[in-house]
Design a protein around this ligand. Structure first.
Ligand code: FVH
Length: 294
């Protein structure tokens, strides 16, 4: 009797921090032969107890599989870990968070060493890895051929979104989304500070805040995108800039009344005022995008 068992491609993973360990477990669970290396050996030994092969060095780990995935702290640690390692003929996928310029330089660096290169930006935190319904994914950019060749293995931990041949684009998308997230955190932090002065229950306040942000965000980013493409910054404006700038006075005065520093929200309001100074006030906030490029 013949058995029809799909043979899974071998994977090497360098880096077993919180994220690397979460990724590793999904490849093991999916049946991919997994070789791991970590600077601190104990983390590799822990994975070996779960079925991985712990390599004694980064060189040995890289030699073990055609597909080498790197998930280290930062670009410097990638350079350190792979210093002197033979990458000839390897497919290197770098999931370490970097800048776009670092990703492009790392792609050139890998290609000079005979490797094909794909860069990744992880849009997930470790508890989301291996849980498809959590919605995590990785932005990939660089060689499309490489992405398609390894898509089955790459899609094991979280979803995959390919964003272009430019190796820097995954990092750019990653950093753009993270930057937006911190802007959102800034607004939420300011909101909690305002109500904290009055002993309002933060647990009761949280869903009010969360639901308001959710209701605002999709229409807002979609409107901004449409206006940027059409160039018509007054199209479909609901809340015009003049009205919004007038409203910022109330927001800043309220912060003062509540004894809350406005340092998280004032920069946005300053930009809105600068935009109003050079516009009719009939548009909304999209013009701030180009103000930032100046
Ligand atoms: N964890 C998260 O929430 C975020 C989610 C989004 C993506 N990030 C990025 O993923 C990269 C790895 O993050 P991590 O969570 O695994 O980070 P750590 O737990 O701090 O582990 C760091 C690993 O890097 C190794 N390492 C650090 N420096 C060096 C070096 N000079 N040479 C070799 N390896 C190095 C470290 O080794 P060790 O401390 O165990 O010996 C860990 O394996 C990262 O880019 C996030 O931005 C995570």
């Amino acid at each position: 009797m013949t058995q029809n068992i799909a043979v899974k491609s071998p994977v090497t993973l360098l880096g077993l921090g919180a994220m690397g360990t979460a990724l590793a477990r999904t490849w093991l669970a999916a049946g991919h032969p997994l070789t791991v290396w970590n600077r601190t050996r104990a983390r590799a030994d822990a994975l070996a107890a779960e079925g991985a092969k712990a390599a004694d060095s980064a060189s040995a780990a890289v030699a073990a599989s055609p597909l080498v995935i790197v998930c280290l702290l930062d670009d410097d640690s990638v350079g350190t870990a792979l210093d002197g390692v033979d990458l000839t003929g390897k497919d290197l996928v770098n999931l370490t968070t970097t800048t776009p310029a670092q990703a492009r330089a790392r792609a050139a660096w890998a290609e000079e060493r005979g490797a094909r290169y794909l860069d990744g930006g992880i849009m997930a935190v470790p508890p989301m890895v291996g849980i498809p319904e959590a919605g995590g994914y990785v932005f990939y950019s660089g060689s499309r051929e490489l992405f398609e060749l390894h898509q089955e293995a790459l899609a094991v931990p979280v979803g995959t979104t390919y964003v272009g041949e430019d190796a820097g684009f995954a990092a750019l998308h990653d950093v753009a989304l993270l930057s937006a997230m911190y802007g959102m955190f800034a607004g939420a932090t300011h909101a909690f500070a305002l109500v904290r002065r009055e002993n309002i229950d933060p647990v009761a306040f949280a869903p009010l805040l969360g639901n308001w942000i959710k209701a605002m965000v999709d229409p807002s980013v979609e409107q901004t995108a449409r206006q940027l493409v059409s160039g018509d910054l007054t199209a479909d404006v609901v809340s015009n800039l003049a009205m919004q700038v007038a409203g910022t006075t109330t927001l800043l005065t309220t912060a003062e009344e509540q004894g809350v520093s406005a340092e998280l929200i004032r920069p946005q309001f300053d930009l809105m005022r600068r935009l109003l100074a050079v516009s009719t006030g009939e548009e909304d906030l999209t013009g701030v995008v180009d103000l930032l490029l100046a």
